[in-house]
Write a protein that binds this ligand. Structure first.
Ligand code: HEM
Length: 423
């Protein structure tokens, strides 16, 4: 139908624009591919200077100093919505257009909208809230470990790492237990789209996920309005009469997109580091509290979010180069985290390094990750629980890497528990 075609066109244009700006060409230009270790590529960018121009008008930086400066500079902001897709209100689906969960969320908006929307959800991320949530997270970790305890091998990602964060965010948002599976499916579909959509099939899948997700949220919001007073995020947002439907949906979707796969990959990457460093495993077994240091160093050494982008609001000069207004600069957070100007022996995984907190895995400035504390807590709880239960955990097959450049991690990681069966 025409409506369907219009939607495909809308998403299609978004995709083409996104790829032209960031996705595939930038990756190709850098020689990045999921099967390849990206860190040598980042070093080659570092070797070419502080601010490296590319053929497509996109600039790259691997410099910690420049990344952190631009992230804090009020003269720079995220790529504006129009740059990635035409948020075209004239394209209607069933009488309304689809909300773009990334481009309409406060992740890419500027003050004062950013400030207003971030403030609405910030109360769920206070240190006090985190403390209250820790016991629940530990219980969830134990539940999922119980489920795999009888099996000699399991998939660390699908059977464990992917299940903890979805449960946590669903609780936070007030999504009923029965809907968690669909919720996880939408979260994956949306986050996969960050890399751009390669073909019509993927585009249709993304579109279907978005439509289902929105319909689900519309129902949830209506339900919360009929039954007010819940202490979850959706209940609180639904109680704000002056919040538009689009802002409510985009904010809710952002929490899922930003908090789900990122945390899954933090857990997966941390486990990979422990499996690869026997000394670290020994320390962790002797002192479960060491999990915090292992998580922090994983965030530096192999961060789930590899890069972000900033553009200047006005023409400006950076590192001796004139950047016209709107010029995208790719801030390679994962490369900044290995900048030898900040971190001694940067390629070495060392949970005892003193300056680890200088890393940019959670970005910096006004868009600093709202869920950083929660992610750290979840990562450490998962690691503690896992190695306490399975001290001899081993890799049991090939690690399958996610087909993504923005998000780094495994999407399949077979492990053996090392537990002998007694008959
Ligand atoms: C923003 C990373 C977990 C919610 C960000 C940004 C990064 C990031 C790099 C900023 C992007 C930019 O500046 O352009 C991560 C990593 C995580 C993680 C590596 C896990 C290891 C979470 C969790 C939540 C969350 C668990 C919430 C449930 C957010 C939100 C923003 C954000 C709401 C937008 C903040 C703003 O624009 O003001 N995250 N994140 N994140 N993150 Fe996280």
């Amino acid at each position: 139908s025409t409506v369907k075609n219009a939607t495909l066109l809308f998403l299609g244009r978004a995709v083409v624009r996104a790829q032209a700006l960031l996705g595939d060409p930038a990756a190709r230009l850098l020689g990045l591919s999921p099967s390849r270790d990206p860190y040598p590529v980042y070093e080659s960018v570092r070797g070419r200077g502080v601010l490296v121009p590319t053929r497509m008008g996109l600039y790259l930086t691997a410099s910690h100093e420049l990344c952190s400066r631009l992230l804090r500079d009020p003269g720079f902001g995220p790529l504006p919505a129009g740059a990635l897709s035409p948020v075209d209100a004239s394209v209607q689906v069933d009488g309304r257009r689809l909300v773009n969960p990334v481009e309409e969320s406060f992740l890419v908006r500027n003050p004062p909208d950013h400030t207003r929307l971030r403030r609405l959800v910030a109360p769920w991320f206070t240190p006090r809230g985190l403390r209250d949530r820790t016991a629940t997270v530990e219980r969830v970790v134990e539940e999922y470990l119980d489920e795999v305890a009888d099996r000699p091998t399991f998939d660390l990602v699908g059977d464990f790492a992917a299940r903890v964060p979805i449960q946590v965010i669903a609780d936070l948002l007030g999504v009923p237990g029965a809907d968690h599976a669909a919720f996880a499916r939408w979260g994956s579909a949306l986050v996969n789209a960050l890399d751009g959509v390669r073909d019509l099939r993927e585009m249709r899948a993304l579109q279907a996920a978005l439509r289902e997700f929105e319909a689900f949220l519309d129902d949830l919001i209506a339900h919360r309005r009929r039954h007010p007073g819940g202490d979850d995020v959706v209940s609180a947002l639904a109680a704000h009469d002056d919040l538009s439907r689009e802002d409510l949906i985009a904010t809710t979707e952002l929490l899922l997109v930003a908090g789900f796969e990122t945390t899954v990959n933090l857990i997966g990457n941390a486990v990979l580091e422990v499996l690869g460093h026997p000394g670290v495993r020994e320390r962790l077994l002797a002192d479960p509290g060491y999990a915090d240091a292992v998580v922090e160093e994983t965030l530096r050494h192999d961060p789930p979010v590899q890069y972000t982008v900033r553009v200047p609001f006005e023409s400006t000069e950076v590192a001796g180069t004139r950047l016209p207004k709107g010029t995208p600069v790719m801030l390679m957070l994962a490369a900044a985290n290995r900048d030898p100007a900040v971190f001694a022996d940067p390629h070495r995984f060392d949970p005892d390094r003193a300056d680890v907190r200088e890393h940019l895995a959670f970005s910096s400035g006004i868009h600093y990750c709202l869920g950083a504390g929660l992610a750290r807590m979840e990562g450490a709880a998962a690691l503690r629980g896992l190695f306490r239960r399975f001290p001899d955990l081993k890799a049991a097959g090939r690690v399958h890497r996610r087909p993504s450049r923005v998000i780094r991690g495994a999407d399949r990681l077979p492990v053996s528990t090392g537990v002998k069966k007694h008959h």
